[in-house]
Every structure is written in C-alpha cells, then in structure tokens.
Design a binder for this molecule. Structure first.
Ligand SMILES: Cc1cc2nc3c(=O)[nH]c(=O)nc-3n(C[C@H](O)[C@H](O)[C@H](O)COP(=O)(O)OP(=O)(O)OC[C@H]3O[C@@H](n4cnc5c(N)ncnc54)[C@H](O)[C@@H]3O)c2cc1C
Length: 419
C-alpha cells in the first residue's frame, strides 16, 4: 500500500519504519528540517512502564482550579484557553474518577510493556544507538501517605506485568548515593525495574536514517496545509507546493493532529500540554546519578544521560499553542533542580532550556488506528508518555492498518471510545 504520514516526531518516525518493514511504500511529510524538532526534541528521556499513570488522577480537578490563581502548581491552566478546552476538559474530568483512572492506567501499562518489548526488537533489527541505559527508574516520595498509596497502586499493577520493588530511604541511598543530600526529606521510593532511559531525538535521527535506507521517502520542509476531501474520503494531502496521493493517510502530527483532522470532519480530542526541560551538559561527573528519578511531590524528573548530561523536566501547562519559553517556568525548573540536587552546584548559566507541546488526550491514553474516514488513520495523543509508547504504538498501528492480528487488544486505544 502507498502510505503518506504527516509528522516526523517519535510517533511518525517509528510508524514509518514499522510500516516499511511490513512492506508498505511510505512517504513522511514533515514541516521541520529534520526529525524530532517539536515535542520529541529534549524530553525526559524515560522509557517508563512504571510511571504509566495518566495525569487525571482522582482530585486532579482541585489542582487545576488552584492553578488559575497560583503559578507554582504542577498542572497549570490558563484562563484564556478555557473556552477552547471546555469539551476536552469535561472529558478529562470524567476520566478522573478512581475507576476510570485505574482502567486508563492499565491501558497505558499494557501498551508501555508492549513498547519496551517492541523497542528491544527494533534496536536489534535497526541497530540504532541512542545512549540507552537500562537500570530501571526511581519514584521518590516526600509524603509518607503518598508513598504508601503509590506502593499499593503499584502492587495492583503486578498482575498486568509491572515489575517494581519498594525501597526504604536507606535502601534508596545505597542504590543511588547521589540522593543522600535529600534523604532526610524523603519517606520512601519505588524502583521500577524494567524502565530505561535514552535520548529520544538521537533515536529519531538514527531511525530516520535507517528507514530512509530501507526506502522511506522523507520530505522535510514540507508543511501540510490540509487534506483534500472527495466523497467522504481523503483524495490528497496538500503541502505548500505539492499534492500527495496515497492509499492511506496517517496523521502523526503530535499536538497539531487535531487541526489536520478537522478538514475531514473528525473531532480528535488532543490538546497541547506544554512542558519544560533544562539540560546541564557534562554535569553527571558532579552529580553522579545512575538512573532517572521522579520526585512525585515536586512533579519533576531528573535524568542522567549516557553522554554525561543531566536533565530536569516537568510542568504541564494548558496554554494553547504558545510554544514560547517563559523565563518564569525555566526559573521554576532550575529551582526544582536545586531542591533535588542541593549540593551539586550546577552551572545554571550554561543550562539549556527547552519546551515542547505534549499531544494530550483527555483520558491520558493514546489514540491509535482507524478514523470514521476509511482511508484516514491516526497515531497521536501520547501525552507525557510518547517516548515510552512510540515503538509499541507503531507496531500496533502497523498491524491494524495492514489487517494483521494485533499483539495486544487495540480497543482501549481506539478513537471510537470518545464517540
Ligand atoms: C518536557 C517533556 C518531557 C517529556 N518526557 C517524557 C519522558 O520522559 N518519557 C516519555 O515517554 N515521554 C515524554 N514526553 C512526551 C513525549 O516527548 C511526546 O509524547 C512525544 O514527543 C510526542 O511525539 P509525537 O511524534 O506525537 O509529536 P511531535 O514530536 O511533536 O511530532 C509531531 C511532528 O509533526 C510535525 N507537524 C505538525 N503539523 C504539521 C504539518 N501541518 N505539516 C507537517 N508537519 C507537521 C511537527 O513539526 C512535529 O515534528 C515528554 C514531553 C515533554 C514536553
């Protein structure tokens, strides 16, 4: 089949590679000059089945309401975007009951475990290097009750294949001595044993190179202006100066997927959630962190990369498509880094700030597969887990589009769940 994919972030590039491996003829249209220049550029780097929870846990509405008057909450909502977020927000809140949260958590976990496996196979097959390290990840807790509750939730996920162990603070410090300076502030931790870390942007560059050698036609600098519709089907994808015709059209344009699908009359419930990171080059010689960790009370991840850099990432801001770097949010992330590494004395002046728009669905679960328009498909809405879920989503997507039996139940990821 001839397939055109719009978008060359983590999702577009893994989908292109997977479809090509299955024997399809693939063209990728990307407006940037290379792969992974938007949300996939400088993310937290964590391939994490352990932290598969959607953001809308029970009580998240309280955090969102508080964010309207405070600027230091983990989830930030801007008043100006409220009208546009009404429908999405209602669905977000509907999915924050305990039962919905648990169901969505399990859906993410199953796709994450499938993805870790798919990623191992992809690595073997494509021989891509992206600074992978597989020492697990750590969730650390300051609040004792939050730790206990997270331990209970984690145990419940063992039946779905999650592998993790509970750590006391003493055990944590023994495993990760870099955390000794904050040990007195912590109540406990969880070690997610199957989690990994790697540089997503490096991965995309490397995989695109392999895919190109296999015959995928990457058209960088191609801004898709819209879909040309004819008799309820997509007739072509239109860029600034070309028209691309295919058997199937795939929208993998991250947070921008919603606007593109509108041309076909499809309402995709994906909204941008802005996140920030700061990267300290060659800092791990001072920090000495061996595995990534998330501080659940500060809502920030601290990640050591194999090239010696250390990255802090966090914040989720519903502020529409404003992709500008706000100095206040960068300062906030630098302050969090100081809280996490009070003795490291990192050179903040040399920190590289970045922000990206996570493509977020209202239930926190990705949207993978067919749409009501027969030749138009979607792979988007991976939110804060797009790096973790990319390889498995691509594999699931390829099975569905090719009419093969999928390895996992595709229903939790279907767009139909919102109809
Ligand atoms: C601060 C931060 C930290 C994160 N940390 C982690 C983490 O630790 N682990 C994890 O699993 N996930 C993490 N994520 C989430 C992950 O990065 C995203 O889910 C993922 O990058 C989404 O990939 P994507 O391909 O869907 O979107 P993108 O990477 O945004 O790619 C979409 C592409 O489509 C292109 N495009 C859009 N519109 C058009 C058009 N009209 N024409 C042509 N091209 C178009 C864009 O240029 C872009 O290249 C993090 C995200 C952020 C922001």
């Amino acid at each position: 089949m001839k397939i055109v994919i719009v978008g060359c972030g983590l999702i577009g590039v893994t989908t292109a590679y997977s479809l090509r491996q299955r024997g399809h003829d693939v063209t990728v249209l990307e407006r940037a000059e290379g792969p992974a220049r938007e949300a996939s550029f400088a993310n937290g780097g964590m391939l994490t089945a352990g932290m598969c929870q959607p953001w809308n846990g029970p009580g998240s509405w309280r955090i969102l309401l508080r964010s309207l008057v405070r600027s230091d909450t983990a989830l930030q909502l801007r008043l100006s975007v409220l009208p546009r977020l009404m429908r999405w927000g209602t669905c977000f809140l509907r999915n924050s009951t305990a039962a919905a949260f648990e169901r969505n958590c399990r859906s993410n976990l199953r796709l994450a475990l499938h993805s870790l496996e798919a990623m191992h196979a992809l690595r073997e097959q494509a021989q891509v290097e992206f600074g992978r390290a597989a020492r697990g990840s750590l969730g650390v807790f300051r609040d004792r009750e939050a730790w206990r509750s997270a331990c209970r939730e984690t145990v419940q996920l063992f039946s779905d294949g999650l592998v993790a162990r509970r750590l006391t603070v003493a055990e944590l410090v023994e495993l990760e001595p870099a955390l000794r300076p904050i040990a007195h502030k912590l109540s406990g931790a969880i070690h997610y044993l199957s989690d990994e870390v790697g540089d997503a942007q490096r991965f995309c560059e490397a995989l695109a190179k392999v895919a190109r050698a296999l015959g995928v036609d990457f058209r960088f600098g191609s801004n898709v202006r819209g879909l040309e519709m004819h008799r309820g089907r997509v007739a072509a994808v239109i860029t600034e100066n070309e028209r691309f015709v295919a058997d199937r059209y795939v929208i993998a344009a991250g947070a921008y997927s919603t606007a593109l699908l509108k041309d076909a009359g499809i309402r995709l419930p994906v909204q941008p959630a802005k996140g920030y990171s700061v990267t300290f080059k060659e800092a791990n010689s001072i920090v000495g962190l061996r595995r990534p960790m998330i501080d659940h009370d500060l809502h920030a991840v601290l990640v050591p990369f194999e090239d010696g850099s250390v990255r802090t990432a966090g914040t989720a801001e519903f502020a529409g498509f404003d992709s500008s770097l706000k100095p206040a949010r960068v300062r906030n992330l630098l302050a969090l880094t100081r809280e996490l590494l009070p003795e490291a004395q990192l050179n903040e002046g040399s920190a590289i700030p970045w922000c990206g728009l996570r493509p977020s669905s209202p239930d926190g679960v990705a949207i993978i597969g067919a749409t009501p328009v027969e030749n138009l498909w979607v792979n988007s809405g991976h939110g804060h887990l797009g790096w973790t879920l990319a390889a498995g989503s691509a594999r699931l997507f390829t099975s569905l589009l090719s009419g093969d039996a999928p390895d996992i139940d595709p229903n939790p990821y279907s767009l139909k769940r919102f109809s």
